[in-house]
Design a protein. Structure first.
Length: 352
């Protein structure tokens, strides 16, 4: 009797293909349940598209780690402040509870007291009572609260740890405002302008939020670099800075702390280039004519959009596709009349 053959393991590529086919089948089933069908529409796309600089995985990781090392002191200082603040609040709560408990214990009188039996015991009890009244002044004295001990006292005030914040700009609104000012003003070197912009484009699902950054970076000057990060950079930068999230980060001019990082980025990527735009500094007529002479046409771009359309069905139970085919068959050998077009078969029957 022949032994059963061992089953062959499916290849990973074949498994991925099956998974893709299953996803497509599920999508078709969902559309069929919704009485819709898949439609591919072709539309004209703009030829003026910015080509983002491509960073390899190694370069992306190297630049990201170098940037995080320069910003780690900020996150550590903020984390230490948060921990000290929590310890202070916990110490205040414990001291408040102890004070209330001591006041309540002093206000409650003992239920049973020993009654002095002899004259000596009575005199001793009176002396203790007078002594207690003299010390308390006739009122209940709250227990003394000891000064709060310093838990993990800070070594410095955090000026050195927070120094990188003076050289960077955080947030898409602030970076956009500075780039706009650089585009409208004269192309001169100022410390408030930016020389490098880091964008976590891989972590932002909607590209419309940062689609204006390449254009503004190009118009700001040829010495401004734009470095897009892959997915996962937002969490790393947010942890280094001690904040929840970060989409974009700009580095100002005249910041020696980031000179090595800027040199590293400049060796990996080139400044953004948008040849169909003219920088504000080049406004003379000669430059405009030279640009017009060197202008080139860009090829046509067609974008395919996958969407869905409703499945329409007429009263006779046929879809518009079948009706279109029937209409084409009916127009073979047509003869015009007042009512419309008839086929040759109907013409012969009418003639007979």
């Amino acid at each position: 009797m022949n032994s059963p053959r061992p089953q062959r393991k499916s290849r990973p590529s074949h498994a991925r293909a099956l998974t893709q086919e299953a996803l497509i089948a599920d999508e078709e089933n969902v559309l069929r349940d919704q009485k819709r069908r898949t439609v591919f529409k072709h539309v004209f796309d703009s030829p003026f598209q910015f080509e983002w600089p491509a960073l390899s995985t190694e370069d992306n990781e190297e630049i990201l780690q170098a940037l995080c090392r320069l910003l780690t002191s900020v996150g550590e200082h903020r984390q230490g402040q948060c921990e000290r603040r929590k310890e202070d609040v916990a110490h205040k709560i414990i001291a408040r509870k102890q004070s209330r408990a001591a006041i309540l214990a002093a206000a409650v009188k003992p239920a049973t007291q020993e009654v002095p039996q002899t004259l000596d015991e009575l005199e001793a009890a009176m002396k203790k009572k007078k002594k207690r009244k003299g010390m308390s002044g006739g009122a209940i004295e709250a227990p003394e609260v000891l000064p709060k001990p310093l838990l993990n006292p800070p070594i410095d005030t955090g000026i050195e740890a927070l120094a990188p914040l003076q050289d960077i700009v955080l947030g898409i609104n602030k970076v956009t405002r500075i780039l706009e000012d650089s585009c409208t003003t004269a192309q001169t070197f100022t410390a408030s302008q930016l020389r490098l912009v880091f964008l976590c484009s891989g972590d932002v699902p909607v590209s419309h939020l940062y689609a204006h950054i390449p254009t503004l970076t190009y118009l700001a000057g040829d010495n401004v670099l734009l470095c897009p990060f892959a997915k996962g950079a937002e969490a790393a930068l947010a942890t280094a800075l001690g904040i929840k999230r970060l989409t974009i980060l700009g580095i100002k001019n005249d910041t020696p702390r980031f000179d090595d990082l800027c040199a590293l980025v400049a060796s990996r990527i080139s400044p953004p280039n948008i040849p169909w735009l003219q920088r504000p500094s080049n406004t003379n007529s000669g430059t405009t004519k030279s640009i017009a002479r060197s202008a080139t046409y860009y090829p046509l771009r067609i974008k395919t959009v996958k969407t869905s359309a409703p499945i329409t069905q007429r009263k006779n139970g046929r879809t518009p596709k079948h009706q279109h085919a029937q209409r084409q068959n009916a127009t073979t050998g047509p003869i015009g009349n007042s009512k419309g077009l008839i086929s040759t078969k109907d013409r012969d029957n009418a003639g007979g």
